[in-house]
Ligand binder design. Structure first.
Ligand code: GDP
Ligand code: GDP
Length: 453
């Protein structure tokens, strides 16, 4: 009997339970099949999620033929699995929305004692938006949005599971301050990403002020650690805590060069999962390349705050046209966010690093900002008065109110009638206004629409 904490995955057929199971167990132990009813009993495996180890049980107790009778489908197996678990991971299909069986499972879970983490799977892309909002109806709060198939949202899942799985305070590096991560004094979780040779390791060494990370091909000091804590001596004399999230740059010397080329996007993803703010480091002698845009896009997709730093500024040729070129290419290449902060730095001389860190702290503040309801309402009334929503087919779309549903990243929900017909250009008008007028800068802000019942 293993002494690992246990997670039971529960949900109706086809929501993606096995896909997640496979991803977490890392071996193709569970059978993924589009055909419901493939007989599966519970499968168990040792799972690892971003360094957190636990036992995972994929239940199959809701898969009998008769879709109407819950008791009929409630196999003793499933009941036992959930009762014996530290937490139940209740999965729904965000694309399908909440169906009656989901609501039934929710009722059943609420009647038990096992804590529940609600996960809305298949959340990649737009098709999931309506389902995500419906998910609140299940009464388990905000769902963890993820895509088991694409490996998205794992950091959020991690964060939700962690409190239920912690047994030993110091067996994981990232827990303590997370309790109060909204506090501006909590360490800034920062990742430096970028293509090979952008200067990531040089920059990190420079920031840490010692050659502690990379000293030669045999260095593997940070290979097993996930983060490095240090104090930034800010120019205003204040010490600010920074937690550097492990990236390829920190480990590169231990890896083979050509492997790295392939790794950089995937590795950026890993860092992105944990970071609040991501610095994308560009090599000023090369400018902005397609892979940089892909990394930037991945950072924004995951809802992280992004800063662009043009490194090797000490040797940049024709700096002003270089800067403007990068600025223009970013605004053009990243449709979702205009006006990302672009800073110039030199990892070798140290120039610009304080400004970069200052910008990172400021960006985190915006990323964590909650706008008061009063301020938001006033802004919203003005915005729709200045530019009323269109009337497709002659029938006006009525926008009722706007509310900030979450922070980190900021997420807003817009209520009204026929909001599903709101053109993209109008959504963008609102989003840009929220960013510009309410102090979000270039932080990725999300807007979902909801028609009242
Ligand atoms: P289970 O019956 O709940 O165990 O579901 P499976 O893991 O067998 O997945 C059912 C189907 O959903 C399969 O075709 C998967 O490939 C698909 N699927 C799983 N996760 C995702 C996801 O994140 N996004 C999308 N679009 N499809 C997914
Ligand atoms: P990484 O692959 O992103 O970790 O890049 P490295 O830190 O290994 O740097 C790649 C090369 O760029 C090394 O030769 C560094 O000395 C050089 N380099 C890094 N930062 C700077 C800088 O600010 N100015 C100049 N001139 N060279 C730099």
């Amino acid at each position: 009997m293993s002494n690992l904490p246990t997670v039971a995955i529960i949900g109706r057929p086809n929501v993606g339970k096995s896909t997640l199971f496979n991803r977490l167990v890392g071996k193709r132990l569970a059978l993924v099949d589009d055909m419901p009813g493939v007989t599966r009993d519970r499968r168990e495996g040792d799972a690892s999620l971003l360094g957190l180890d636990f036992r995972i049980v994929d239940t199959a107790g809701f898969e009998e033929e008769d879709p109407e009778s819950l008791p009929g489908r409630m196999r003793a197996q499933t009941e036992a699995a959930v009762a014996g678990a530290d937490v139940a991971l209740f999965m729904i299909d965000a694309r399908a929305g909440v169906v009656p069986l989901d609501a039934e499972i929710a009722r059943w879970l609420r009647s038990g004692a096992t804590p529940v983490v609600l996960v809305a799977n298949k959340a990649e892309g737009r098709a999931a938006e309506a389902g995500l909002i419906e998910a609140y109806e299940l009464g388990f709060g905000e769902p963890v949005q993820m895509s088991a198939e694409h490996g998205e949202g794992l950091a959020d899942l991690f964060q939700e599971l962690l409190p239920h799985l912690e047994r030993d305070e110091d067996d994981f590096a990232l827990d303590e301050e997370d309790q109060d991560e909204d506090s501006p004094d909590a360490p800034l979780k920062l990742a430096i990403v970028g293509r090979p040779n952008a200067g990531k390791s040089t920059l990190i060494n420079r920031m840490l002020g010692e050659d502690r990370l990379i000293t030669g091909p045999e260095a593997g000091i940070t290979r097993d650690s996930i983060a490095i804590d240090w104090q930034w001596h800010a120019p205003d004399g204040v010490e600010r805590a920074v937690r550097l999230i492990d990236t390829a740059g920190m480990r590169k010397k231990a890896l083979v060069k050509d492997k790295l080329e392939k790794l950089s996007v995937a590795d950026a993803r890993h860092a992105i999962d944990f970071a609040e703010v991501v610095v994308l480091l560009l090599d000023a002698t090369r400018g902005l390349e397609a892979q940089d845009l892909r990394i930037a896009d991945a950072v924004l997709q995951e809802g992280r705050a992004l800063i662009i730093a043009l490194n090797k500024w000490d040797v940049a040729q024709d700096p002003s046209s270089l800067f403007n070129g990068v600025r223009g290419a970013l605004d053009e290449g990243l449709a979702q966010v205009k006006g990302l902060p672009v800073l110039t730095v030199s990892a070798v001389t140290g120039r610009g690093l304080d400004q970069m860190l200052k910008a990172a702290f400021e960006t985190r503040e915006a990323w964590s900002r909650r706008v008061s309801t009063g301020q938001l309402n006033r802004w919203f009334e003005r915005a729709i008065e200045t530019n009323p929503p269109p009337a497709p087919g002659g029938r006006r779309i009525k926008l009722r109110y706007l509310t900030q549903a979450k922070t980190r990243p900021p997420g807003f929900v817009l209520f009204g009638t026929r909001v599903d017909e709101l053109p993209e250009s109008y959504r963008r008008y609102l989003l840009n206004g929220i960013r510009r007028d309410l102090g979000f800068g270039a932080v990725p802000v999300r807007l979902t629409v909801r028609a009242p019942k």
